[in-house]
Design a protein around this ligand. Structure first.
Ligand SMILES: [Zn+2]
Length: 354
């Protein structure tokens, strides 16, 4: 009888152990699987960027500089936002950097506002990142580009948009979608008008040289954020993305042209940094050679949404200071605008080795 009891007891114990084991296994397996799923869904660059963001926020921007000696790493005066003063230079720089990528965008309005010039067939072969990549990887992977496709973004629009957007893929830091831009101190002409006037001249110049040109906008009354402008260039597989702007400073004495490019350690678009710096240099050199404008050099910055969201070679061209009376007036001269366009086109040719 004792044997029977022992046997029953042993069977009971074994049954309990098996039940606990199964239950326990479930306890472990379910959360474990859930945790893995969550981890996989967190973009790796989000974590990465968070670290970079804290680093970037503690450093004044622009950051970094390649050892080329051709790329100058210093703070810029370019204010794509509103007027700034030399007295508040550091504050102004932060504000202006914020301003650059400010803009407007109501969902849905962008596609309709986006004007595409030239054929787009050539873009169909552009390779999209493999489906197995995470969204974050996809968002930062350079797009295979067609060399003869150039995307032009006439900076700003008739009304800025202070609604926020991440400054790059996976970024927690946000900036206004599009800033209002500056205004000519002598002519009163708004920046968004200057940029489109020159952009359309550049479009014609490039088309005459055989390029396919994609325009982010061809009118002022649009609502396209800086990130969305970058997406237009990405989707076009542009071999070069030129973002035209007019500069601003508080003193009125600052003059000359400069271009902006991302650093090689940019957390969002380091893959296009080298090409973007090269593009920035050739375009700036071409512009200055054609116009005689003072060459202020290539400036490195990682705070521009329209650059950070780009997956094709990109440069911001600060064509001249609208806060400098002489330069402002000059930039409203159609013949000078033609020189600006020719010079930038020369720079694009040089970038493509033509
Ligand atoms: Zn601007």
């Amino acid at each position: 009888m004792k044997r029977v009891l022992k046997l029953v007891f042993c069977i009971a114990v074994l049954t309990v152990l098996l039940a606990v084991n199964a239950f326990g296994a479930e306890l472990f397996i379910i959360p474990s699987a859930g945790a893995e799923t969550v981890l996989r869904e967190i973009p790796t660059s989000f974590v990465y960027n968070a670290d970079w963001q804290s680093i970037l926020e503690t450093l004044s921007n622009p950051v970094t500089v390649p050892d080329t000696g051709e790329v100058v790493m210093e703070n810029t005066d370019n204010t794509e936002a509103a007027e700034t003063t030399d007295a508040a230079e550091e504050t102004a720089e932060a504000a202006e950097l914020t301003g650059e990528d400010a803009g407007t965008a109501e969902a849905g309005a962008d596609a309709a506002d986006t004007a595409v010039a030239g054929g787009t067939e050539e873009t169909t072969e552009n390779t999209e990142p493999a489906a197995s990549q995470t969204e974050a990887e996809t968002a930062t992977t350079p797009v295979a580009t067609n060399n003869r496709v150039v995307c032009i973004d006439a900076g700003h629009q008739s009304k800025g948009n202070n609604a926020q957007e991440p400054i790059g893929p996976g970024a927690t830091q946000t900036k206004a979608k599009v800033a209002g831009g500056t205004r000519g101190v002598a002519t009163g002409v708004p920046e968004y008008q200057l940029t489109l006037d020159v952009a359309m001249k550049l479009q014609s110049e490039l088309q005459s040289r055989g390029y396919t040109v994609i325009m982010c906008r061809t009118s002022h009354d649009v609502n396209i954020s800086n990130a969305e402008r970058a997406e237009i260039a990405n989707n076009a597989g542009a071999g070069a993305f030129l973002r035209l702007h007019g500069n601003g400073a508080g003193s009125g004495e600052a003059s000359g042209a400069e271009t902006l490019a991302p650093s090689s350690s940019n957390p969002y678009c380091s893959g296009i940094a080298a090409q973007s710096q090269a593009l920035s240099k050739t375009v700036l050199d071409g512009l200055c050679a054609a116009t005689g404008a003072k060459n202020r050099g290539v400036k490195i910055t990682d705070n521009m949404s329209g650059i950070n969201w780009s997956r094709v070679p990109v440069t911001i061209v600060e064509m001249g200071y609208m806060t400098n009376a002489a330069e402002d007036a000059q930039m409203q001269d159609p013949s000078y605008q033609a020189k600006l366009a020719k010079g930038m086109a020369d720079g694009v040719d040089a970038f493509f080795g033509l």
